[in-house]
Design a binder for this molecule. Structure first.
Ligand SMILES: NC(=O)c1ccc[n+]([C@@H]2O[C@H](COP(=O)([O-])OP(=O)(O)OC[C@H]3O[C@@H](n4cnc5c(N)ncnc54)[C@H](OP(=O)(O)O)[C@@H]3O)[C@@H](O)[C@H]2O)c1
Length: 319
């Protein structure tokens, strides 16, 4: 039996381990591909810890949620097997799920950038009726997904993008990189609410990576300051860095043309994602929205899991 190297989740309480596993075999209609680079994203960690809605139901299981791969014909592609795993030298894919990667694109940069970038791209292109010229508040803009959201919103034609986050130096960088206004989220709730009200009262879309109590505060601030009550406000839940639940008052829902919705893998058809991500990959490959990869070899997967990324970087496993 031929074997390959892989990163295997054996317990939801431990990082994945470097192991030798049986080589995959493609069934009719499937394709065996070579894995080049895999990003270690919050979702990748959540899946391997049994905390994600796509976490495997049984263990052992392959770690990794997405990958840049080399196909049988030599071309590169991006795939998202999510809970089925991607962290092995070779995996089997459904060819229809392979999103083409342009020649010359750096697999490590794509592996680092795609997951953060697709969060806002999916939200703005498929979940809300976003139009060029509209204004967008990114709540939690200092992480990789939030920072990329500022650039994606601009790329898709946003007229005004407001970046709200905790890290002052990251906010200053975002202002230099295109954010039209920044709001610092601080422990001083009154000051934070006043700053959000001033900068974002009449936004059209909120891309929310925080949720939890900070979002309750931000919603109260924005809705309370709104002067155009019938102007549609779509508040899109994308990440949960500040908590998984919020309380919303009925008054908030009735007092403005206000909708709350989510954006994630469960909410969008695969053929729509395929079309949208083909365009997104081309935009990333063209430059201007890259997340910096922090590379580890596959045999150091446990070290990679323990690594805490600096702002603006993402752990990537190169095979
Ligand atoms: N739904 C989707 O399609 C999708 C796709 C990708 C990612 N996501 C989700 O988006 C979230 C962020 O992902 P990421 O890739 O950006 O992770 P990341 O690079 O690790 O960034 C997370 C950032 O969140 C900020 N943060 C943490 N707690 C916060 C709080 N209480 N208030 C404000 N900011 C807070 C921290 O920034 P500071 O320390 O600078 O404040 C941190 O850098 C995760 O929940 C992830 O699962 C969703």
């Amino acid at each position: 039996m031929s074997t390959i190297n892989a990163a295997v989740v054996e317990s939801f309480d431990e990082p994945p381990h470097f192991r030798s596993v049986p080589a995959p075999e493609a069934a009719p209609g499937q394709e065996e591909v070579e894995v080049l680079a895999v990003g270690v994203h919050p979702a990748t960690r959540g899946i391997a810890a049994g905390r994600h809605y796509t976490s495997p139901k049984t263990l052992p299981a392959l770690a990794g949620a997405d990958a840049v791969v080399r196909r049988e014909d030599g071309s590169l592609a991006f795939v998202m097997p999510m809970g089925s795993g991607s962290l092995a030298e070779r995996i089997v894919i459904d060819p229809a799920s392979a999103i083409p990667v342009p020649d010359g694109a750096d697999p490590a940069v794509l592996a680092a950038t795609m997951n953060p970038a697709l969060s806002s791209w999916t939200a703005l292109r498929t979940r809300v009726p976003f139009q060029a010229g509209q204004s967008v508040l990114v709540h939690g803009a200092t992480g990789n997904a939030g920072s990329t959201a500022v650039k994606v919103a601009k790329h898709l034609g946003a007229g005004r993008v407001i970046a709200a986050g905790r890290n002052r130096s990251r906010l200053d960088e975002l202002a230099a990189e295109g954010a039209d206004a920044v709001v610092q989220l601080t422990p001083d709730e009154d000051a934070t609410a006043a700053a959000l009200a001033e900068a974002a009262a009449n936004v059209d879309v909120v891309l929310d990576y925080v949720w939890g109590p900070p979002t309750e505060l931000a919603m109260r601030a924005v809705l309370g300051a709104r002067t155009e009550h019938t102007r549609l406000l779509d508040w899109v839940q994308i990440g949960g860095m500040g908590g998984d639940a919020i309380t919303v008052s009925g008054h908030a829902l009735r007092s403005n043309a206000f909708r709350i919705l989510g954006s994630g893998f469960g909410a969008v058809e695969m053929d729509v994602m395929h079309r949208e991500f083909t365009e997104l990959i081309a935009a990333i490959a063209a430059g201007g929205m890259a997340v910096r990869p922090h590379p580890f070899p596959l045999e150091k997967v446990e070290e990679a899991w323990a690594h805490q990324d600096d702002p603006g970087e993402r752990t990537v496993i190169l095979l």
